[in-house]
Design a protein around this ligand. Structure first.
Ligand code: ZN
Length: 216
């Protein structure tokens, strides 16, 4: 496996610090489960953060206090040491474990011709959007901008846009400055995990995706 696209360093740092919004953190955890490089970087960042906190507060706070508590309903930040157990399923372990799914048991709901989704609930009251999206071969998504941060992790097949091609394990980290026109692989289509920290904006994207067919 050769993963070429990783989260931005700032995104990894926020993840390591425990400050990344829940939906985005889930996508980073899922990517890191597939990517030894990012697991290493996150571990390094956590160590640096821990040593800084220990240095500034050597007595009052026990070592335990620098370990992030996982957000309710989210994967533990403790990342697996190997990727072996992910090879028999394309759904990364953090998502599979929390949502009780395998790749073949995702209850897809049809959004329109060639587009299916399955929404993954976040903790009550948490803003954001996390969902699995399946796009048929060759289907082009409408051009769209982003009102916040959005992470797209490829779980099967591939998609391309103006910036390149994204395959299994690749994650695209975009913000509101990016406008792009992704198209699913013309032979095999694409299944991806899409996370956004802004529910309205992501809803906007989905709405635009399905508007021609459902009038959402
Ligand atoms: Zn990575």
């Amino acid at each position: 496996m050769s993963i070429k696209n990783h989260p931005d360093p700032a995104t990894l740092l926020s993840f390591a610090a425990g400050t990344l919004p829940e939906a985005l953190a889930a996508a980073v955890a899922a990517h890191a489960a597939l990517c030894a490089e990012c697991r290493g970087e996150i571990a390094d960042m956590e160590l640096i953060g821990a040593s800084l906190m220990l240095r500034t507060e050597p007595v009052e706070r026990p070592t335990r206090s620098v370990v992030r508590a996982p957000a309710p309903g989210l994967p533990s930040p403790k990342l697996p040491a190997t990727t072996r157990d992910f090879h028999d399923d394309r759904l990364p372990s953090p998502i599979a474990r929390v949502y009780g799914l395998t790749f073949d048991t995702i209850p897809w709901k049809r959004l329109g011709p060639g587009v299916w989704h399955h929404r993954l609930p976040l903790t009550d009251g948490v803003e954001g959007d996390l969902r699995l999206l399946k796009i048929a071969a060759g289907r082009r998504m409408p051009e769209h901008g982003h009102g916040g941060s959005e992470l797209t992790l490829v779980l099967d097949g591939a998609y391309s846009d103006e910036t390149g091609t994204f395959r299994f394990g690749d994650i695209q980290d975009v913000d509101e400055d990016i406008e792009h026109t992704p198209m699913a692989d013309p032979d095999v289509g694409c299944v991806c995990l899409i996370a956004s920290d802004r529910p309205a904006r992501f809803k906007g994207l989905v709405a635009r995706l399905v508007q021609p067919w459902t009038g959402l």
